[in-house]
Design a protein around this ligand. Structure first.
Ligand SMILES: [Zn+2]
Ligand SMILES: [Zn+2]
Length: 352
């Protein structure tokens, strides 16, 4: 427990629009209002959305500290917060505020509220040492999750929203997961937990990532770029690459009457043969970020170790070295890079 919390702290922020808009800044550390806590951030994952924010392809309110895949320890409580949260290691839901009045909010779907304000894009996020968030956003992490890997609970909650609301995988289903990035490895594990017979495919250049998936007991296959895949038509396709080629491959292979789930984000218009949905009578679903329900499902998968998070952390990088970690994420080297906001002399990265 840290007893000294400063008024300001260094954060990695989206400070302005344009290619030079990312950088370190001194942000205010806000005292918690009623129902809020201050976290000492342990790690925050870098995600594709952060690259989109950097490139002005995802809306943000600069200047704002980025980082929405956060794990930390509760170090200060606002009024009305139960004392049992003190010192707890937690993962954090992303919706800082939403209108609470629209039909989506009233249906437990803050992810679809037009007035939602998320951490890391419109409210200060986790690429900094101290962060003030509503206690309703917190989830306690089990002891077996490694110190830095709790940041991966957030992308798993997004996967759970895609796979379980509505449910698309039944026991015995053949599930093809396309794209062996972080979302692909989380999706493949979650689909297996639901009873799916999972095959994860990537390109030959993804061999390291496929090897990592294989070490988690997943069946994998490397495809030559533009190559053909000779498999039994899957009942379910989970497209996690966010690439046109991945979507085309999935719609081509999927069986008639199958379920196609779009997990990856393209980030731009793409050309895909949507007639396959008609000719094959496919069901097409997806999920936009996460919901309180999908968080509950994700935390259950973590608790029972049906999904392993630790092996997906490629490297813990000091906040000051953010440019290297962003570059590695952009180039698709490794898996999940997390930023540790503590000064490096205080960090104990050996306990990864
Ligand atoms: Zn993310
Ligand atoms: Zn709303």
């Amino acid at each position: 427990m840290t007893d000294v919390i400063p008024d300001h702290a260094t954060g990695l922020g989206k400070l302005s629009e344009g290619p030079e808009g990312l950088g370190l800044w001194e942000q205010t550390v806000r005292n918690p209002d009623a129902g809020e806590v201050v976290l000492e951030v342990i790690s925050s994952g870098i995600c594709g959305t952060d690259l989109h924010i950097a490139d002005d392809e995802f809306p943000s309110d600069p200047p704002v500290t980025m980082g929405h895949e956060v794990t930390g320890e509760v170090v200060r409580l606002g009024d009305g917060v139960d004392a049992s949260w003190t010192d707890r290691r937690v993962a954090v839901e992303t919706y800082f505020s939403f209108c609470e009045q629209c039909e989506f909010c009233r249906s437990g779907l803050p992810n679809l509220c037009g007035k939602r304000r998320s951490i890391g894009s419109r409210e200060d996020g986790g690429f900094t040492r101290w962060m003030t968030v509503p206690v309703r956003n917190l989830h306690k992490l089990p002891e077996h999750v490694g110190r830095y890997a709790g940041a991966l609970a957030e992308p798993l909650a997004c996967v759970a929203n895609c796979l379980f609301d509505p449910p698309v995988v039944s026991a015995g289903d053949r599930v093809l997961v396309i794209g062996p990035g972080t979302m692909g490895l989380l999706t493949a594990q979650a689909a297996r937990a639901a009873g799916g017979n999972v095959l994860l495919v990537g390109l030959e250049r993804d061999q390291d990532r496929l090897d990592l998936a294989a070490s988690l007991g997943l069946e994998t296959l490397a495809l030559e770029s533009g190559g053909h895949l000779d498999i039994h038509p899957p009942d379910v396709v989970c497209e996690c690459s966010g690439s046109e080629a991945g979507a085309v491959l999935g719609l081509d292979l999927i069986r008639k009457g199958g379920r196609y789930v779009q997990v990856g984000i393209f980030g731009r218009p793409v050309t895909i043969p949507l007639d396959a949905v008609l000719y094959k009578e496919l069901t097409l679903t997806s999920g936009n970020a996460s919901t309180p329900t999908s968080w509950r499902r994700a935390m259950r998968l973590i608790d029972e170790r049906a999904v392993e998070l630790d092996p997906l952390v490629s490297e813990v990088v000091p906040l000051t070295d953010w440019q290297r970690a962003f570059g590695a994420t952009r180039s698709g080297v490794g898996m999940k890079y997390v930023l540790d906001p503590r000064p490096s002399e205080n960090s104990s990265r050996a306990d990864l």
